[in-house]
Design a protein around this ligand. Sequence first.
Ligand code: GH3
Ligand code: MG
Ligand code: MG
Ligand code: MG
Length: 296
Amino acid sequence: METKKKTILVVDDNAENLDILAELLEEYDVIDTTDGYEALEILNEEKVDLILLDVMMPEIDGFELCKKIKDNPQTQDIPIMFITALTDEDSIVKSYEIGGSDYITKPFKKKELLAKVKREFKIQDLQNELKLMASTDPLTKLYNRRYFKEVSKHFVFSAKRENEPLSVLMLDIDKFKSINDTYGHDVGDKVIKTIANILTKNRRKSDLLCRWGGEEFLILLPNTNVEGAFSVAEKIRKTVENTDINVSDEKQIKITVSIGISQMELKEEDNLEPAIRRADEALYTAKERGRNCIVL
Ligand code: GH3
Ligand code: MG
Ligand code: MG
Ligand code: MG
């Protein structure tokens, strides 16, 4: 796995401490500030992987700052290591209760601090890997149904709030079983991957694409009514129809897909289930009409 240089935000009202830490952490990208409020601004703008936080600071102390960071969904997952002169038990316990990951007392041992930073990043990388495994499908690398269900809630929420149309596009590969039966499972897998790539290329950044099941895919299109969804679907349908897939060195095959489309009824519906059901029914109709077509 390609690992990008990690960014550490160091917050301490004593500029001398900042210098010592910047030197110690030279292998990382270090951003530092003596001002807690400025730290919040930095967190708004930069992607930070770890925060080293002093406790005793004027204006806002480290514990208060930690609470603000942990209250914000955008920043709550960033680990916070306190570095402080406070050695009393209550402070230590409090630091963990409010979401701190570690507690280091000043004067600190440089190598120990560096080792703890490294350990923190190792945990973080493992957590990210687990999150990715839990949310994606290994064959296509697309999001899985579980992740889709979780994240689509936010799409529904904002569509309702902004009163913007939200459409569902459900796609199923035609006669896929016969591809497996004729050419084997590996070719079947390759076909699924090819479709996943076509969908990835044809979706907008704002769309939510997932592998819904075996050879079924679902795309959630924000700010899009059925007419808009139809033109996206038509582009996908044509691209698939015109794509050659190599099943061996000599042989190429063509496949087709059927697509069902629906739009969420924002006034009557509170979740996506009815719209997904309608898209599924439309897809079924598309199959009945002879496949390689789109039904609204
Ligand atoms: P239709 O046009 O009506 O959709 O026909 P179909 O053959 O595509 O539909 P059916 O639902 O009968 O077949 C889907 C097949 O997809 C059955 C299953 O074995 C296969 N399948 C599901 N997941 C995978 C996968 O990950 N890899 C491969 N190779 N095959 C899969
Ligand atoms: Mg201080
Ligand atoms: Mg199917
Ligand atoms: Mg199928």
